[in-house]
Design a protein. Sequence first.
Length: 180
Amino acid sequence: MSAEKVGKRYAKALFDESAKAGTLDAVYADLNLLDTTLKASKELKALFKSPVVQAAKKLSIIQQIFSGKIKTESDSFLKLLLQHGREAYIQDIIGAFFRQYNESKSISEVTVTTATELDAANEQNIIKYIKATSGYSNIKITKKVDAALIGGFIVDFGGKLYDNSVRYKLNKIKKEISLN
């Protein structure tokens, strides 16, 4: 079974159970902590993916790291993943859970990459435009800076990439010149 399918199935199960129990926001916060920790620690990421380390040892390490920091539901879910040998898919599961959570709360995640820091006025313009075109009432913007863009911006929204950067325009002109 593909990582995407495993991620979706386990995320849906966790989402449904936490929604039924009324702990959806708490589980989201726990998974956010887990995701941040995994991204910050290569060793922890390797631990989750290692077939050599026994599940009991992994569980012991995870409990040492997250004891008292995550809710019972999230802790039980991690134990379930370990029991079924699905811990290697944790990041796929977290990503799928975040997508379901955002959809349920009408949150649209948008990544805006600019050549310089995005100012508040332009950020508000982007939010207004996305709200008007998408129908989502909540917009969560992740801002990135990439000086290689030279100027302009790239917006990654809803699986679509809108590239209005100077770099893109220069490459387009370069390609047109080379074709002639």
